[in-house]
Design a protein around this ligand. Structure first.
Ligand code: ARG
Length: 284
């Protein structure tokens, strides 16, 4: 194949992330198929892997704030589940699992203490960016395992952005952010670029995704299994789990002109999380 098309020039934009160190990380209960409480976890290794991710964001020029980790909340490292922020408006979270319920209040407090005036806590079960992905013009919203479909309407009303509901059907991909991520946000809905794993979605939702994003990067089962769709993009640099180098996803993303940066997040995967799960984006 001759490559006559020049790769698009991808311009990164500085991002603001909120993270929580896995100081109290553990797998003590099982609320998704990846979690096996009989398998030991290494907290120091989790801390090192997480620190490498945080430092990579900083090296790429992004701002990273940290929420203090709390004992007794072993999943708190997955900050993405604790807020959806668009245009400075914050919609907090409400967890499905009682074991995670108390996390929401720690994040709510962080937002209030850091000058966010418009902070709303949801009535419906809402696992925030775990199930919400902002494309720059639309909020893609997952349901099926965690976030209630009613939370989609609540998010639309609270944030004042159009919401598109997507149905997840494979319990391994229980949050939207395990099956789809935004590579390049655009205000004009259909110009945004996303990557996704079609089989994680119902047939109707697959058709919606094909319609909205005919030019998406399509992931396969191997890409999805190593949490390859749990990526974080700044419009140029795309942070992916190191395993995606051999599954092909990293190559397919690089072909679109992005610069892939690998992280090893194997310890946190024992709880069913990857780089994006650790990263809540603050959009002011
Ligand atoms: N153990 C956590 C849970 O099941 C993992 C959450 C991962 N976060 C995410 N955004 N997918 O709730």
């Amino acid at each position: 194949m001759t490559d006559t098309h020049a790769l698009p020039v991808r311009i990164p934009t500085p991002r603001h992330y909120l993270m929580c160190p896995p100081r109290h990380f553990a797998v003590e209960y099982s609320i998704n198929p990846w979690m096996d409480p009989s398998r030991p976890v290494d907290v120091e290794l989790a801390m090192r892997q997480w620190t490498t991710l945080r430092d990579l964001y900083r090296e790429l020029g992004h701002t990273v704030d940290e929420v203090p980790p709390q004992p007794g909340l072993p999943d708190m490292v997955f900050a993405a589940n604790s807020g959806t922020v668009v245009d400075g408006r914050v919609l907090g979270s409400r967890f499905r699992a009682p074991q995670r319920a108390a996390e929401a209040e720690h994040f709510r407090r962080w937002f209030v203490e850091h000058g966010f005036r418009d902070v709303t806590m949801p009535r419906q079960i809402n696992e925030a960016e775990g199930d919400f992905a902002w494309t720059g013009g639309l909020l893609l919203a997952g349901t099926g395992f965690r976030t209630d479909p009613g939370a989609h309407a609540e998010a639309q009303e609270t944030l004042g952005v159009p919401v598109v509901s997507l149905h997840l059907v494979d319990e391994r991909y229980y949050h939207l952010d395990t099956a789809l991520f935004v590579l390049q946000p655009e205000q004009e809905a259909m110009r945004a670029q996303v990557a996704y794993y079609p089989e994680a979605f119902s047939p109707g939702s697959q058709r919606v995704l094909r319609r909205l994003f005919p030019d998406a990067v399509i992931a396969n089962a191997a890409d999805a299994e190593c949490f390859g769709l749990n990526g974080v993009s700044d419009g140029r640099h795309v942070v992916l789990p190191v395993e995606t180098e051999s599954t092909g996803l990293a190559g397919r993303i690089a072909e679109r002109g992005y610069e892939v940066r690998f992280v090893d997040i194997s310890e946190l995967r024992k709880a069913g999380g990857g780089p994006k799960c650790c990263t809540l984006e603050i959009r002011k």
